[in-house]
Write a protein that binds this ligand. Structure first.
Ligand SMILES: N[C@@H](CCC(=O)N[C@@H](CS)C(=O)NCC(=O)O)C(=O)O
Length: 330
């Protein structure tokens, strides 16, 4: 009963899923996606990592969020979903925010500055093509570097959007720094799916030289937290959501002021068939091309909200109102 996880160390979603498998003590083998292993997943669509191979059926699964939920259905012990329905909704919002919004921070800080972009391109090739050395390695690194930099505008990582993205990183570090640590996760002393979503992006931001330096200057505890989240197999914690209410509220304020306005503008641009979305985020203009995947994320948040019991919704209303999220939920 051994899962196989195909991924990459420089891939936020691969790290997220591996950290979940480790915390949940699910037997697994990690296979870096390399020319030797990639043929094993050649038929899997869409062509993204991570890919999880299920031990019993041999099926392959892509997309870290539904895959994490599938693992919840298959294994009851050491769940990463808070048991209370209202908390589980907040957990989803923060996880989705990490996956879809904070990933812009990861991409910007990895590829915007020359020295870090160069470093990252070599790291990625070492991870994905360990057999390539010398000139072959350097050529691959250059190709990857150029490809990723050419994709920056597509995902919104432009010089015009940089002030929005950089302010978000500073804010995130200021929120997490004073709170997080080995025993201090978002819903108690055991990690949740939201913690692992943050972990995936932060594992990259605390490794790439430029954002790592910023983190060490501004909130060194965040890097230490990320290191502990990498392997929580020894953690036996408890759900104690009341302990981290303030940090969740501050993150939800970011969700309400940044992520949800972006999601709504993205959905509206797609609906109108527009090539570009424009949205004001904390008074600054943010522009990028819309994506269908993120429209799906928005729809999912809204349907999860609609599907909550009246009791759970009532419990969440004041928090959603206060953090600016409520108006986006339908
Ligand atoms: N929503 C997916 C996103 C996966 C994803 O975007 N993976 C990236 C690497 S981090 C990828 O495989 N990109 C393909 C490429 O760069 O060619 C998840 O949560 O797993």
């Amino acid at each position: 009963m051994t899962y196989i996880l195909y991924g990459g160390n420089p891939s936020p979603y691969s790290r997220k899923l591996r950290a979940i498998l480790r915390y949940r003590r699910l037997p697994h083998v990690w296979k870096a996606g390399t020319p030797d292993t990639l043929p094993e997943i050649a038929q899997v669509k869409p062509k993204l990592i991570p890919v999880l191979k299920l031990p019993d059926t041999g099926e392959f699964r892509v997309d870290s969020t539904p895959t994490a939920h599938l693992l919840e259905q298959r294994h009851a012990e050491r769940s990463v979903l808070p048991p209370d329905a209202a908390d589980a909704f907040v957990c989803h919002l923060i996880e989705d925010f990490a996956d879809e919004w904070l990933t812009k921070l990861m991409f910007h800080y990895r590829w915007h500055e020359d020295a870090t972009a160069l470093w990252a391109s070599h790291w990625i090739v070492s991870d994905a093509m360990p057999a390539a050395t010398g000139k072959a390695h350097d050529q691959m690194a250059r190709m990857f570097h150029d490809r990723q930099r050419s994709r920056m505008a597509m995902v919104g990582c432009t010089p015009e959007n940089a002030p929005v993205i950089e302010a978000a990183y500073a804010r995130l570090l200021d929120i997490l720094g004073p709170y997080v640590g080995g025993q201090h996760h978002l819903f108690g002393s055991r990690p949740s799916l939201a913690d692992f979503g943050l972990y995936g992006q932060l594992a990259q931001l605390t490794t790439d030289p430029w954002p790592q330096r910023l983190c060490r200057e501004r909130a060194p505890a965040v890097e230490a937290w990320v290191i502990t989240l990498d392997d929580c197999s020894g953690v036996d914690g408890e759900w104690k959501p009341e302990k981290a209410a303030a940090v969740r509220e501050a993150l939800l304020e970011m969700v309400g002021a940044e992520y949800l306005p972006f999601l709504r503008a993205n959905a509206a641009a797609l609906e109108k068939g527009e090539a570009e979305l424009k949205v004001s985020i904390r008074g600054r203009e943010y522009t990028q091309q819309p994506f269908a995947y993120q429209a799906k994320c928005y729809g999912q948040i809204r349907s999860l909200w609609a599907g909550l019991s009246a009791e759970a919704r009532e419990k969440l209303e004041p928090l959603m109102e206060k953090t600016g999220c409520r108006e986006y939920l339908g």
